[in-house]
Design a binder for this molecule. Sequence first.
Ligand code: E4P
Length: 216
Amino acid sequence: MKFFIDTANLDQIREGNDLGILDGVTTNPSLMAKEGIRGQEQILNHYKAICDIVDGDVSAEVIATDFEGIVSEGEHLAELHPQIVVKVPMIREGVKAIRYFTDKGIKTNCTLVFSAGQAILAAKAGATYVSPFIGRLDDISTNGIELIAQIVDIYRYYDFGTQVLAASIRHTMHILECAEAGADVVTCPLDPILGLLKHPLTDIGLAKFLADHNKK
Ligand code: E4P
């Protein structure tokens, strides 16, 4: 299972990368705005800065919602750096654009996916990644992990090449359950990743080992 970090914060990306377990980064317009990154030039430079930190795919989301706009913006993003994956919303024009990018050999991440039907369309269009948002489903009393498992099953059955990228992850249990459900990738903020490290018996055990070693 690949680990992506879901942030546009360069310090957190560096911290995650220093752990040696990062395979890529996902961003979205809200995450960029949260870091105060605004305006075309600043946004493009920020994507380049992210690519310089991490070896792996970096999702950069288009703002346009019409086919021509998505294609033009996506091609521009893809030219920025070989690690860029064009993130396209699951809308009619987005599906058409994903097919266009696929035929051109440009990697895509189909975002804002909330159903298995949408995931089938993304795979049929040749998306590199499909991003079901599990936390936002849980927020409205719908089981996000069940959607991950359903999409993984369908993709295996038909041998679709699209990778299931579980997004909108809120906590460590989401990560574990995504692993059990067979997600290809999880993208999560730094805290849930670091949360996986924690176990009180590790801390107690280490303290005892060190105390025993230091006994005279
Ligand atoms: C990543 O690709 C998504 O944009 C992100 O995980 C959404 O997370 P949120 O639901 O916490 O905003």
